[in-house]
Design a protein around this ligand. Sequence first.
Ligand SMILES: [Fe+2]
Ligand SMILES: [Fe+2]
Length: 330
Amino acid sequence: MEKEDLNLEPVLLHGERDDLSPGLSRRSFFMAAGAAGVGGAASLLGGTAARAQSTDWTQPGNNNGVIELQKTTGSMVEGDVAIDYYGHCALKFTSPGGATVLFDPFRDDPSGAWGMWFKSEFPETPVDICMSTHTHFDHDAIHRPVSTMVLDRMVGNFEFADLKITGFADKHACVAPGWYSWTDALAEFGANACPPDNVSHMDMVVYLVETGGLRTLIWGDNRHNPPEEFWEAVGEVDILTLPVDGSMHILSYEMGDAIVERLKPKVVIPTHYLNETTSYTLTTLQDADEWVTGQKSYRMLDNGSLSLNAGEVAGMDREFLYFGHNALTA
Ligand SMILES: [Fe+2]
Ligand SMILES: [Fe+2]
């Protein structure tokens, strides 16, 4: 969607502008889309629906590389795992065998209700697999990467080349711990954010990626206190991504610290913070500097790419690797 297409007009619940389409008020759209998901609601929106439909059939390239890589499925290849940060929660992993998977590409909220978050559209970066943890706009632009496969909210097991990915169904954080009570906005529109009767866009999938001898947990916007069976199913984690920023939008410092203490990962990668390369102050997010510099051991990375090896990671203990304002934009 082009920036000029965004509706930045004030949202009136019962006024003249509440005219999205016959039978669908701004309020009902918000209840369906809630804190940023569009999901099925977009299909009711006339012109917006056309833009929301998949354009994957126009993608350049083809699946020749995937055909080659699938011949190696089940093998585990030793070597470096490359991690590229595209800002917010968007991370691309490249396995030692050359398979690529990208998590949580972002977009601005197509309803306009949550305003402009991102400085540009998510890059049309080529990957084998694109995955999303949940249907909120800052995680669900699965149409943007040029990907052979799209695994949206996948629960269960997936194996391809030297990648093994497991999806664990759980729930989104449903009580904002910081000053910005964004979860209260859902209540104002009559949507129940918290389980067990939460609206569907507050469902979450946490992913475990196994490749190169490393187990990486993609936390998404998950709640800090999943049930015991969640922790048991996840098991050991080498690399943990966590959504912690200075505004404590998803998790507070204490919640993040408690998850780190519970999982004792060797590496922690902060996500979902204000990254000046990709996101606007309008996100209400702040950077994660304070949380990171309060840790026992951390490294400020000087670019958006990281390469980790299982042997090197084995010697680390809760080492925070922080991308800061670096991010790839293409
Ligand atoms: Fe979310
Ligand atoms: Fe989010």
